[in-house]
Write a protein that binds this ligand. Structure first.
Ligand code: T3D
Length: 289
């Protein structure tokens, strides 16, 4: 994604790259991070391997999510995309084969150390997320995309539950996310057969929110991120939480959760502002608090 506006966000990645850490700053090598007006964008940037996810990329993603939400940036929406012709080909399979201190990397360790923290963070993030899927999203790459709140795909995007092709079951939240989006039968079909799903089909199935022409993807995704960034952030996040928790609750429990969360939102600045703006017949100026 091009940065139309604001600050290029560069860090020196001390630990992961062996460089020096200055003033808490890091240099990202596997992602491009930018701060725009109100929202932050993260582009996976390992084009040669179709943005395959390795441990450094995981580390950087979590770091970026942490930094973007802190002052001075305090963004109120995050946009995730991939550079080049793919969104992400999922777990870096080279990394799995590469011995770590003489020992092969254990799949279970990768899942626990990398995917668990990332997916937990994404689903509990204090701001809404948008994903612009610009090409293939395979394996954990598909999970990463589907974990975002609003998923927009270009016409040439594809989703591939590639896990069974390499003898694995879905991880990274896949077995939780996909059946909720499209139902057990269709999810199992994608998981077991590992056929790639094109963007239009993904839209029809309810996996994603919108399909746009490839040349419009950046503009459309930025438009959504900008809209979210000026919205009532706490209400957005509470909505995600109620929807996600509601899936495994009875109706009454869900009603109670809504009532509890709504009473918290009733005490926010943005609620007061929203009502005042309505009464005064002007657009609201939400502050995310
Ligand atoms: O440890 C664990 O495994 C646990 C975690 C699991 C989570 C997962 O994500 S499991 C699923 C892992 N992903 C896959 O199995 C997908 C593997 N990739 C593919 O099947 C194909 O590459 C695609 C269908 C995604 C795209 O196909 P195509 O024909 O458009 O591209 P390509 O030629 O296969 O790939 C282009 C390059 O990217 C190629 O490198 P090269 O030959 O040009 O040097 C290829 O090796 C590389 N690449 C693609 N996917 C990965 C990758 N390199 C490392 N890891 C990958 N996942």
């Amino acid at each position: 994604m091009t940065d139309r506006s604001v600050t290029l966000y560069r860090f020196n990645l001390g630990l992961a790259l062996g460089g020096s850490v200055g003033l808490g700053d890091f240099e990202f090598s596997h992602i491009d991070v930018h701060v725009h007006e109100g929202y932050g964008s993260i582009a996976l940037s390992r084009e040669k391997s179709l943005n395959a996810l390795n441990s450094t990329l995981h580390f950087e993603l979590l770091k970026a999510l942490q930094e973007l939400l802190k002052p001075p940036h305090k963004v109120r929406a995050i946009l995730i995309t991939g550079k080049g012709r793919a969104f992400s080909a999922g777990q870096d399979l080279q990394e799995v084969l590469t011995p770590n201190n003489g020992e092969a990397v254990k799949v279970g360790d990768l899942v626990k150390d990398n995917y668990l923290p990332l997916m937990k963070r994404l689903l509990s993030l204090e701001v809404p997320t948008v994903c612009a899927v610009n090409g293939i999203a395979a394996g954990a790459g598909a999970s990463l995309a589907l974990a975002c709140d609003i998923v927009i795909a270009s016409k040439d995007a594809r989703f591939l539950q590639a896990f069974s092709k390499i003898g694995l079951m879905p991880d990274s939240g896949g077995t939780w996310l996909l059946p909720r989006l499209i139902g057990r039968s269709r999810a199992l079909s994608q998981f077991l057969l590992a056929d790639s799903i094109d963007a239009e089909t993904a839209l029809e199935l309810g996996m994603i929110a919108k399909v746009v022409d490839s040349e419009d993807l950046e503009y459309e995704a930025e438009k959504v991120a900008k809209m979210l960034a000026i919205g009532p952030t706490k209400a957005f996040v509470a909505t995600r939480k109620a929807v996600d928790q509601g899936f495994h609750m009875g109706f009454e429990e869900s009603l109670n959760l809504e009532a509890e969360m709504q009473s918290d939102l009733g005490a926010t600045y943005d609620y007061r502002e929203g009502v005042e703006a309505f009464v005064q017949k002007r657009p609201p100026l939400f502050m995310g608090k």
